[in-house]
Design a protein around this ligand. Structure first.
Ligand code: ADP
Ligand code: TRP
Length: 466
């Protein structure tokens, strides 16, 4: 299955309009059916323009709710669960990767990037442009490369960034003579045109105030619809009206019922229906089309725990891929050496687990009924343990090398993890694990590293740690 990654920046006020839906989110929903899909709230990208803490917080929260509501509103539960939805700032490797790939990127490549060039042309002095905006394509490249994405669905304005990403991946792989990064393809379906705003002139965009909102109150949406550009030549409802360039009919093409829309068009051309009536029909169509998403929005807004849970699970899945890629990057560039003392993954929040996850580990007091050296092994001691169940458990511990003998266990009580998947040890399955504490590491290693078992003497057999 090919992998897709895309992101939306929490710019403007963080909310999504019907242009964002038609131009972006709709594609994500469709492609997610046949692709492993990573969708990211690109909150760090927002910093190039938003430098007010409260505004950024507000925008992130709004975008998270808007995007999730659309996904949940228009996807089945199992389709939705396949999507890896996360926040860029929840995965620290994005900035780490950005800083490493900076070094394989020629300055000229960034100087040619539109976002920076356009700013310069608007009479903004170079000194007034922050490095974050200049290196915006680098962070976006890191976003994409970390996940080894095959496909990056974006609006036309972002195509150049994906091409820059391809170039950077190529430079890196060439310099380090290894295919560490996959070269991604931009994906811009032909039919994804830019949606014009209610002014009928310019691209629908929050900064231009010409949007039709998805999640605003009914009153606000109705007002936006009533203000839409229709046919300026038409003075009265009885005048024949024009359909071309009429924004109300443009939007109806996406959200109306085809046969009803066709009938309305005929009536409109014949001067038999008023603008207000057509707009009222558009308003109703929008409410019914986005109804499932609007309810999902209310549900999510009232359930921050659920939203956090979705983001948390997205983070975990994103981290595991990003960690894998960064391990390759670190190995390739030469920072992994004989003196490296940690597994990269252990140094990151990749190993943080939630309380919910921890609660799944079951630890019980166990009474060792029998203990014996396992025949044919010079490490294993075989314990028969009563953990308060009908039958006793067989649990192995590989500690003879530290000088432990069966007598150290027989008749005693310790803590055992009792819900591990059974693991085959020689000819038998070990049905749990005894808990031990490492000694402080000594230079000598070996016997000096002798682990200590945690005594549960005097506690009720089978009692659970919580
Ligand atoms: P804006 O351009 O309004 O700032 P964003 O950059 O936040 O919007 O866009 C998020 C996504 O929505 C991008 O993939 C972009 O291509 C798409 N998009 C934004 N406005 C429109 C529009 N008017 N028509 C089609 N797609 C749009
Ligand atoms: N720059 C994109 C935009 O403004 C948002 C974005 C950030 C993105 N990182 C990305 C898109 C990675 C695709 C892939 O729309």
């Amino acid at each position: 299955m090919k992998r897709l990654l895309s992101g939306i920046t929490p710019s403007g006020d963080g909310s999504l309009h019907i242009g964002n839906y038609l131009g972006a989110v709709r594609q994500f929903i469709e492609l997610a059916k046949s692709h492993e899909t990573f969708l990211m709230v690109a909150d760090l990208h927002g910093l190039t323009t938003i430098q007010d803490k409260f505004k950024l917080q507000h925008n992130i929260e709004t975008l998270v709710l808007n995007e999730l509501a659309l996904l949940r509103g228009f996807m089945t539960e199992s389709e939705f669960n396949n999507i890896i939805f996360f926040r860029q700032s929840d995965v620290p490797m994005h900035t780490e990767c950005q800083s490493i790939i900076n070094n394989v990127t020629p300055l000229g490549l960034l100087k040619r990037a539109h976002a920076y060039k356009d700013k310069l042309q608007k009479d903004v002095m170079e000194d007034d442009i922050n490095v974050g905006l200049f290196s915006y394509p680098m962070l976006m490249a890191a976003d994409i490369l970390l996940y080894q994405a095959d496909l990056v669905p974006v609006g036309k304005d972002q195509k150049q960034h994906v091409e820059i990403t391809r170039d950077i991946a190529g430079y890196f792989n060439k310099i380090y003579k290894k295919n560490v990064f996959k070269l991604p393809d931009p994906f811009i379906p032909d039919e994804v045109a830019v949606v014009l705003g209610t002014d009928g002139q310019r691209k629908m965009s929050k900064t231009l105030g010409n949007v039709v909102s998805i999640f605003e109150s009914e009153d606000v949406v109705r007002k936006q619809v009533m203000g839409a550009y229709t046919d300026p030549t038409r003075k009265h409802a009885t005048d024949p009206g024009h359909i071309e360039g009429n924004m109300v009919f443009t939007y109806l093409g996406f959200f109306g019922h085809p046969t009803e829309v066709a009938a309305l068009k005929e009536q409109y051309k014949a001067g038999k229906v008023s603008d207000v009536e057509v707009k009222e029909y558009l308003f109703k169509s929008l409410m019914s089309f986005f109804g499932p998403a609007r309810s999902a929005y209310e549900e999510l807004k009232n359930n921050p725990t659920l939203v956090k849970k979705i983001l948390h699970s997205g983070q975990a899945r994103a981290l595991s891929v990003a960690t894998q890629t960064m391990k390759g990057v670190r190995d390739a560039i030469g920072v992994t050496t004989t003196y490296s003392f940690f597994e990269y993954q252990k140094s990151t929040s990749g190993t943080h687990i939630s309380i919910d996850e921890f609660a799944r580990v079951e630890i019980r007091v166990g009474h060792v009924v029998e203990a014996a050296n396992k025949e044919g092994s010079d490490k294993l001691i075989r314990l028969v343990v009563d953990v308060g169940e009908d039958s006793k458990r067989i649990i192995f511990t590989g500690v003879r090398g530290f000088g432990y003998t069966p007598d150290d266990f027989t008749g005693k009580q310790f803590f055992f993890i009792t819900n591990l998947a059974p693991r085959k040890m020689m000819d038998e399955e070990s049905q749990g694990m005894i808990l031990a504490v490492d000694s402080p590491r000594s230079e000598a290693g070996g016997v000096d590293n002798k682990p200590q078992f945690i005594s549960a003497e005097g506690m009720a057999v089978g009692a659970k740690i919580r």
